[in-house]
Ligand binder design. Structure first.
Ligand code: GTR
Length: 332
């Protein structure tokens, strides 16, 4: 008996090693997959992760259980999370395409400022053939793209008044670790400081940086509105969020399990978008109610002009995708 127990234990450890500890469960017929999410409970992407987990469990008839780890519990730095997914130590993650772009350069097309005119424009591209192909094209980087989520529009915020592009001059702004985002901030006259989202609050508080850029829901999620009172809505980026899986773990699943996961992910997209649209408004109202000074940029021509050269330099790398993005523009 003793011997039997030991050999079972040895076998379990071996499975854990081959699968990556995350996808290993002690229950004989259930596999547990860890999902990493930087935002806390109730955030639109976190709610979508939970819905995804529910559907995966339903469609695999309990064979696969997805455990969501929200609030950056696994890491507050998406770069670290992505590295873990790549080696199969974490099975699934929801991150910004801005972070994933450093691992799969085709995604950097989204890091080009003003590439989409509107939310509708972005979704018409993401839901189209070229947008879906980008998910499939994550494979050579070791990932399986599952679906896109909305991440709204990103704008600058700081601990000093922001009214025009001139106000960015000479100041330090945090960006996600991504070379194009660094160039974008520099083209707008500021210095870029790449760092993980988890470090930004204290970096602003201790004046290591003057500000950052993000959507309104993230300002609430990370409490940045408490240390950066000025928000200038220039809406320079629309970086979609992405739900993706480790290819190492994926390859160990049966065809039926893979199909169930794809079906589940596909069905959460509408769900996330509805949650996002509602929360975007709620977050902006909350920021204002908390006393943040929000300045709307009615004419963003100066911002667009500042990044013209950057777009001219970078666009040829994404020629095909940009063609598809332009073709996806909703008719006026
Ligand atoms: C948010 C996004 C996060 C994270 C963060 C950042 O908008 O939802 O996944 O990437 O931005 O700036 O790091």
């Amino acid at each position: 008996m003793k011997h039997f127990k030991r050999s079972v234990l040895v076998m379990m450890v071996m499975i854990a090693i081959t699968f990556g500890f995350s996808s290993f469960s002690f229950s004989a017929d259930q596999m547990v997959l860890k999902l990493s999410e930087i935002h806390g409970k109730g955030y639109p992407t976190e709610l979508a992760d939970e819905e995804f987990a529910r559907l995966v469990n339903l469609y695999t008839k309990g064979q696969i259980k997805v455990d969501v780890f929200p609030g950056g519990q696994i890491s507050g730095d998406e770069k670290v999370v992505i590295e873990q997914v790549k080696i199969g130590a974490i099975a699934i993650a929801r991150v910004s395409s801005g972070a994933l772009g450093s691992f799969n350069p085709q995604l950097n097309v989204f890091a080009l400022p003003f590439i989409f005119d509107s939310k509708d424009h972005m979704w018409s591209f993401l839901n189209g053939t070229a947008g879906q192909k980008m998910l499939a094209d994550l494979a050579p980087s070791g990932f399986v793209g599952l679906c896109w989520y909305d991440g709204g529009a990103r704008s600058f915020y700081a601990n000093y008044p922001l009214n025009t592009i001139e106000d960015l001059k000479g100041k330090k702004f945090r960006v996600m670790p991504n070379a194009i985002l660094v160039k974008m901030v520099e083209a707008m006259g500021a210095s870029a400081v790449p760092m993980g989202a988890g470090q930004v609050f204290s970096a602003i508080q201790t004046k290591v940086i003057d500000g950052a850029e993000n959507n309104a829901p993230s300002l609430i999620s990370f409490n940045h509105y408490q240390v950066a009172k000025y928000y200038m809505l220039d809406e320079h980026l629309r970086l979609p969020e992405v739900l993706f899986m480790s290819k190492m773990v994926w390859d160990k699943l049966s065809k039926d399990q893979q199909a169930a996961i794809r079906k589940a992910a596909g069905e959460t997209v509408k769900f996330q978008r509805a949650k996002w649209d509602a929360y975007e408004i709620e977050a902006m109202n909350k920021i204002k109610a908390e006393g943040q000074i929000v300045v709307e940029i009615k004419d963003n021509t100066p911002f667009r002009n500042a990044v013209k050269q950057l777009l001219a330099d970078e666009s040829p790398k994404f020629a095909e995708t940009i063609k598809a993005i332009n073709a996806a523009k909703p008719k006026k």
